[in-house]
Design a binder for this molecule. Structure first.
Ligand code: NDP
Ligand code: MG
Length: 379
């Protein structure tokens, strides 16, 4: 069994990945997170990795003291997280949230690790750079996001060049069917109640605005080398069909299952083998699967992301940065739910027009979009 490093181990994906590692007896060699020293200490004591890191310097100091009776190396700061990403191990599960995960993902690829990617913002902001490095290093990029895992699984055995169209399913989130007027008064608590999945706060808000689906369209463009127009977003309230592909003869192949992130996490870690069995799917118990068009008039973040990837360049990075900033402001109670899409629009349009850009340009576009969001609020 291969050795596993988890970046973002204290989060929703990270903790579920550790459950998978526990089930499969996978050796965990590195763990990193943001600031949750208490949970990281617990994880370190159970899994006995070679090294751990916290982005937060103070919390890392606390962790160092807490783990001083062990041989585990404790690193701190961005460099510390990167050091864990590059430590001993074959595969790195990238489950940090936001563009904050881009640097360590690139570091892990540079160090020759296979990547199990949950952090979609990495591909949204740095897609071309990540893919180029993946190709240079000859490592694998395995999707963890449930829809992309479903697409990846549906493509196993499909001849190259036979992918016609991607059918990307969306739950529709907690506000499906609501009018824009009604959305103006929804609260943070309403937005944090996802109908089918339990996830970190940022992605839960993204699911409510449909930004998450927009980010996933961009993620799919990078992962499967398709054009945005080759992706059809379909609202499927039950989250049973996790996504599907249409092949060149019109055959549609999809992956179904109970909504449990451990299934795609496990597949990324055991690929091409299948791991242990999770809950069986009873189609007769579910009875009905429904499919509808998304309401792109009310949920503007989805069409904004499609616009961003069609424009290309730094537009996706700017849209993502604006969204990260707007979601933080919404969670702090400083803006309304409906302001998020307007701020994503403003931030996205702050993107410098560049076709040839490097990683610094990406971070600059991110910073500029965040600044634009804050300025728009003040103005
Ligand atoms: P959470 O908020 O639950 O977890 C985020 C993790 O990242 C935590 O471990 C957090 O540490 C860590 N972290 C945050 N900032 C930093 C930083 N600057 N440096 C190092 N570590 C950091 O998020 P989720 O697990 O829900 O999501 C993680 C990623 O996976 C996101 O990109 C999301 O879009 C994607 N994803 C998630 C799904 C899900 O079901 N949750 C499904 C599909 C994709 P700490 O706890 O210490 O703050
Ligand atoms: Mg998803």
């Amino acid at each position: 069994m291969r050795e596993l490093i988890i970046l973002g181990s204290t989060g929703s994906i990270g903790t579920q990945a550790l459950e998978v590692a526990r089930n499969l007896n996978i050796r965990v060699t590195g763990l990193a997170a943001g600031s949750n020293a208490e949970l990281l200490e617990k994880q370190a004591r159970e899994f006995k990795p070679l090294s751990v890191a916290l982005r937060d310097q103070k919390q890392a100091e606390k962790l160092k003291i807490a783990l001083k009776d062990t041989d585990i190396k404790v690193f701190s700061g961005k460099e510390g997280v990167n050091a864990v990403a590059c430590g001993r191990g074959d595969i790195v599960l990238c489950a940090i949230v936001g563009i904050a995960g881009l640097e360590s993902t690139l570091a892990a690829i540079e160090a020759g690790k296979d990547i199990a990617l949950a952090n979609k913002e990495t591909l949204v902001t740095g897609g071309d750079t990540v893919k180029k490095k993946i190709a240079q290093k000859g490592v694998r990029l395995l999707p963890v996001d449930s829809e992309h895992s479903a697409i990846f699984q549906s493509l196993q055995g499909a001849p190259s060049g036979s992918l016609n169209k991607i059918i990307l399913t969306a739950s529709g989130g907690p506000f499906f069917g609501m009018t824009r007027e009604r959305l103006k008064s929804v609260t943070v608590n309403d937005a944090l109640k996802h109908p089918n999945w339990s996830m970190g706060k940022k992605i839960t808000i993204d699911s409510a605005t449909l930004m998450n689906k927009g980010l996933e369209v961009i993620e799919a463009v990078h992962l499967f080398d398709v054009r945005p127009d080759d992706i059809e977003v379909v609202v499927h309230r039950q989250s049973i069909l996790h996504s599907a592909v249409e092949l060149s003869d019109g055959a549609v192949i999809g992956q179904l299952g109970t909504p449990d992130m451990k299934i795609p996490i496990q597949y990324a870690l055991t690929y091409p083998e299948r791991g242990v069995k999770f809950e069986s799917l009873s189609l007769t118990e579910i009875g009905t699967l429904t499919f509808e068009k998304p309401d792109t008039e009310t949920f503007k973040c989805l069409p904004l992301c499609i616009e961003a990837i069609k424009k290309g360049g730094l537009f996706p990075a700017a849209a993502n940065g604006a969204n990260e900033e707007a979601v933080s402001l919404f969670l702090e109670g400083k803006i309304r739910f409906t302001d998020i899409a307007d701020l994503v629009n403003a931030g996205m349009n702050s993107a410098p027009h560049k076709t040839d850009f490097d990683i610094e340009d990406i971070y600059n576009a991110d910073a500029l979009a965040r600044q634009t969001v804050r300025n728009t609020l003040k103005g």
